[in-house]
Design a protein around this ligand. Structure first.
Ligand code: PEP
Length: 256
């Protein structure tokens, strides 16, 4: 898969059914298609209806916020990849810091989920990122390298080429504190370098690496203008159609 500009909206556990459909309709009407992708990652119960709303929009895709790693069976409360595929999901967010923290998802479990998503033909959006204490101890690059190594570096070059990575420093998620463009660029460059060393330069160049953590219309142009930042995974600002459209439109204004 070649490198793409992507604005992915993670709705998390927000919006009831009607509110979610209204947001999807509004995004579908207001966004002006470009080469960049707009991915909507909705709660599970919205997926089918949101998929129907965005069908036919060449720039829009549908993502789940999680999946179960097993194909089917006695896993009460879980959702399989076959179910997700059957309603038009194309991408699955894996390893969001909230899943890691509140649901104890480990690097090892995430490696299993990555394999399952790839086996099902869908695209993982693999999240990584450090806590504030790790950044303050200046061990953030090694920490993120380990997350990537333990969950992704078992993949073949061909399979690695299908992954999207989202670097999300935990201290910037939902806090209003954004990593500076230079901080984002530094980590994204490091991640690309790790991929180049493990695989090769072409695989590294082709990997889409998104930044997540308080992306807003006011900072998107500068963040997305960094040479190794290919877009954003957006939480809060993806819940307002005007804001998310403005973030999506930032790609046309970066001069990169
Ligand atoms: C996120 O949910 O991944 C996120 C980055 O949230 P926010 O944009 O609200 O910081």
């Amino acid at each position: 898969m070649s490198r793409k500009n992507i604005a992915a909206g993670n709705w998390k556990m927000n919006k009831n059914y009607e509110e979610g459909l209204a947001l999807a309709r509004s995004l579908s009407e207001k966004s002006v298609a470009s080469d960049a992708l707009m991915i909507l990652s909705t709660p599970f119960i919205h997926l089918k209806a949101v998929g129907d709303i965005i069908k036919g929009q060449p720039h829009m895709r549908l993502a789940a916020q999680n999946c179960h790693q097993k194909a089917a069976g006695a896993y009460t409360g879980e959702t399989s990849l076959d179910m997700l595929k059957s309603v038009g999901v194309t991408h699955v967010i894996l390893g969001h810091s909230e899943r890691r923290e509140y649901f104890h998802e480990s690097n090892e479990l995430l490696a299993e989920k990555v394999n399952a998503v790839l086996d099902s033909g869908l695209t993982p959006i693999f999240c990584c990122g450090e806590r504030l204490d790790i950044r303050e101890a200046n061990t953030h690059v090694a920490y993120v390298a380990n997350q990537i190594k333990e969950s992704l570096f078992h993949l073949s070059t061909a399979d690695f080429g299908k992954i999207i990575i989202a670097y999300e420093p935990i201290w910037a998620i939902g806090t209003g504190v954004t990593a500076s463009p230079a901080q984002a660029q530094e980590m994204h460059r490091e991640i690309r370098q790790m991929i180049s060393e493990k695989y090769d330069g072409e695989t590294a160049d082709n990997c889409s690496i998104l930044y997540g953590g308080s992306v807003k219309p006011a900072n998107a142009i500068e963040l997305f203008g960094q040479p190794d930042v290919d877009g954003g995974l957006v939480g809060g600002a993806s819940l307002k159609a005007d804001d998310f459209c403005a973030i999506y439109d930032a790609f046309g204004k970066t001069n990169v």
